[in-house]
Design a binder for this molecule. Structure first.
Ligand code: NAP
Ligand code: ZN
Length: 352
């Protein structure tokens, strides 16, 4: 066991603050990583403030962070894929049972016994797992990802959650050339959704509540931008979409988007509003529409996504901040004031 520096929250109402946590010494299958950058996901904020308490309660203190990129410092004797000095990344998962049908299919993200990077039971040390707002982490090599060497590391970190969460459902539902695809919400997930949908060859329409994001949406790859508070603009797209990815972090009218799907169209919800959404039966039944959800992605697909990003030069657009600004970043997330992912430069933790 050794001590690591971290930022943690002591309660749902406390700000994140400097802390010292315990990490395990690497066991034979473990990789120890010095964390260089960690993205800030809206799920970090939901968890820190215990907004999902009906579904999963937060244990305090919590160290959030599941968009981790860094350099390997030490490996266990049985580790074969990594050596000290390699770049490495960790996303939302650090373990799963490995034996259930979902794990066998490479879908650890749907394992009933998955261990999340933070706020899950820690089978090694007891207590709960601690995430990436920290100077190091120790993870079983099965849950460590390889990082393409040609990409900017701060822009890579958000791929580990925002990237895979948008890549996976679009692959699953066949977003390809010629498909009309909507992306709802231009935040961390949404802006990655735009980049991937465009890279897959789709016609991309962004729906935003923030008119000042219009120019950026076009620059990020959108073919069209709709300010969703404008009912006339919305109506022009009625019944026309093959696929819509909804990334909104709060309660909103999902029927307004279901009604934009064509016959047999699919809306996949990845945004995780703490407050349930109302779905009108008629939004679905009148055009045999599908409403589905998706949770991050499995380890093999996460590696596939990272390799795809390496080949196509795709990274997140990040605002790099020192960890001392993390609480301000959370306040800005709540105002949709994010362009388009906050990413913590973990070197700043040394002076914390
Ligand atoms: P984010 O960066 O804060 O972006 C969310 C965006 O949603 C905002 O920028 C805003 O976009 C829009 N929005 C926010 N409040 C809204 C409201 N009241 N009505 C309409 N639109 C609103 O968040 P994120 O990190 O991308 O995460 C988005 C959601 O996905 C969160 O709930 C997060 O927990 C969840 N998530 C799920 C998974 C999964 O596996 N399913 C993985 C990661 C995150 P505009 O300014 O463009 O309107
Ligand atoms: Zn996330």
């Amino acid at each position: 066991m050794y001590n690591a520096k971290a930022y943690s929250a002591a309660s749902a109402t406390a700000p994140l603050a400097s802390d010292t946590i315990e990490r395990r010494d690497p066991t034979e299958h473990d990789v120890q990583i010095e964390i260089l950058f960690c993205g800030i996901c809206h799920s970090d904020l939901h968890s820190v403030r215990n907004e999902w308490s009906d579904f999963m309660s937060t244990n305090y203190p919590i160290v959030p962070g599941h968009e981790i990129v860094g350099r390997v410092t030490q490996v266990g004797s049985a580790v074969t894929k990594y050596k000290p000095g390699d770049l490495a990344a960790v996303g939302c998962l650090v373990d799963s049972d490995g034996t259930c049908p979902n794990c066998k299919a490479g879908l650890e993200n749907f394992c009933p016994n998955q261990i999340l990077t933070f706020n899950s039971p820690d089978k090694h040390l007891g207590g709960v797992t601690y995430g990436g707002y920290s100077d190091s982490i120790v993870v079983d090599e099965r849950f460590v990802l390889r990082v393409p060497s040609n990409l900017d590391l701060a822009g890579v970190a958000p791929l580990l959650c925002a990237g895979i969460t948008t890549y996976s459902p679009m692959r699953h539902w066949g977003v390809t050339e010629g498909k009309k695809v909507g992306i709802v919400g231009l935040g961390g997930l949404g802006h990655m959704g735009v980049k991937f949908a465009r890279a897959f060859g789709a016609h991309v329409v962004v729906f935003t509540t923030s008119p000042d994001k219009t120019e950026d949406a076009l620059r990020l790859g959108a073919n069209e931008v709709v300010v969703s508070r404008n009912a006339d603009e919305m109506q022009k797209h009625a019944g026309s979409f093959d696929f819509i990815l909804d990334t909104v972090s709060a309660k909103h009218d999902i029927n307004a988007y279901l009604n934009l799907l064509r016959l047999d169209g699919n809306l996949t919800l990845v945004g995780a509003s703490p407050i349930p959404l109302d779905v009108s039966a008629f939004s679905l039944i009148m055009a045999r529409r599908n409403l589905s959800g998706s949770n991050i992605g499995g380890i093999p697909e996460t590696q596939e996504m990272l390799d795809f990003c390496g080949e196509h030069n795709i990274t997140a657009d990040v605002e790099v901040i020192p960890i001392q600004k993390v609480n301000q970043a959370y306040d800005r997330l709540l105002k949709s004031d994010v362009k388009y992912r906050f990413c913590i430069d973990m070197a700043s933790l040394k002076s914390a």
